[in-house]
Design a protein around this ligand. Structure first.
Ligand code: XIL
Length: 328
């Protein structure tokens, strides 16, 4: 058996995962396994405003710089998440940012952060989760950025990022695009509209990121609809990245066969999306069940630890690992 990074590379794909500073720094075995399996590293939280921006006029790059060096040392690509989001904003944001200064604060942030890593960043999630979950004016989510700057904040962010690093791939990233229900379908079409609008205005954007936090109890995917969505995105000249995959088992009951069910979801979903040649990058939101946001975000009702990722808590390969390897 080779590693996921080698399996992916043999198919012309990139595989990697998100990780946090603390375990990479403190758990040597985890760090080694990470470098072995992954060709790309995404800091889970370390490039969000909350951590990068302790005060309105400070940038604290210590943790993300350590991670960038770690990636470089182990011959991994480094990927940035995320420049514009409505969550993970620092305390001072509310008291400080207003209609008058929002443009300067946003463009300063993007310019400083993107320049800091210019030439060393594979890609940036420039804007994360900007589409409303349930439809609204413009189809855009109500966020401070929309309120202060109007719908143009999105293209402003992309143009500012491109000027600061002409090499990094610039990504629009969003969630809840995977399923087969009316809400998801409406969201896919709103995302498509946004991408079309950006492309028609010659905004520098290179890829769509599909988060892919998948519920294990979901009733499966609609292959036809999902494929045609991917095809339409690709026809705009965009690449497609699977950016945050994990399998959430909230309502999954049987402890005995859940690993097989979770592996089945990985295999079904990845083989489906990888049919589309524009999908060339697969990232899981974590590598080991030892370090997963799902423990807090989507715990099991019976209190048993969740198992959403390719490696278990002992860093051993699970059925999910096999499923991903097979899908490549
Ligand atoms: C999550 C992190 O994993 C958590 O540690 C943090 O507490 C909250 O954010 N979509 C995203 C990611 O784009 O930034 C989120 O990450 C998970 C959902």
């Amino acid at each position: 058996k080779t590693s996921l990074r080698e399996r992916a590379a043999s198919q012309g794909l990139i595989y990697g995962a998100a990780a946090s500073y603390q375990p990479l720094r403190a758990n040597l075995e985890f760090a080694q396994r990470f470098a072995q399996e992954c060709a790309i590293l995404v800091p889970t939280n370390e490039l969000k405003w909350q951590i990068l921006r302790p005060t309105p006029d400070q940038f604290d790059f210590r943790r993300s710089d350590w991670m960038a060096r770690f990636a470089q040392k182990h011959n991994m690509l480094f990927r940035g998440h995320t420049l514009v989001w409505y969550q993970a904003l620092p305390q001072w944001f509310k008291e400080t940012v207003n209609r008058k200064n929002a443009e300067r604060i946003l463009t300063d942030h993007i310019t400083t952060v993107v320049k800091h890593y210019a030439g060393n960043m594979h890609s940036w999630d420039v804007v994360n989760e900007a589409i409303a979950p349930n439809g609204s004016k413009d189809g855009l989510r109500q966020t401070p950025w929309l309120r202060f700057l109007g719908a143009d904040y999105i293209e402003m962010a992309f143009r500012t990022a491109a000027a600061a690093d002409p090499q990094a791939l610039l990504v629009y990233n969003d969630n809840n695009l995977e399923y087969d229900n009316p809400k998801t379908e409406a969201k896919r079409s709103r995302v498509l509209k946004l991408l079309e609008r950006l492309k028609s205005k010659r905004v520098p954007i290179h890829a769509l990121g599909i988060q892919s936090h998948i519920g294990a109890s979901s009733q499966g995917f609609n292959a036809k609809k999902l494929r045609s969505f991917l095809k339409e995105v690709a026809s705009l000249g965009l690449k497609i990245f699977i950016t945050e995959m994990d399998v959430l088992e909230k309502n999954l009951l049987e402890l005995e066969n859940r690993d097989a069910i979770i592996a089945g979801v990985y295999q079904d979903y990845l083989s489906l999306v990888l049919d589309e040649p524009a999908v060339n990058t697969v990232i899981t939101w974590g590598l080991s069940d030892r370090y997963t946001w799902a423990a807090n975000f989507a715990p099991r009702q019976d209190g048993a630890p969740v198992r959403p990722l390719p490696l278990d808590t002992q860093l051993e390969r699970k059925l999910a690992w096999n499923a991903i390897a097979l899908a490549f």
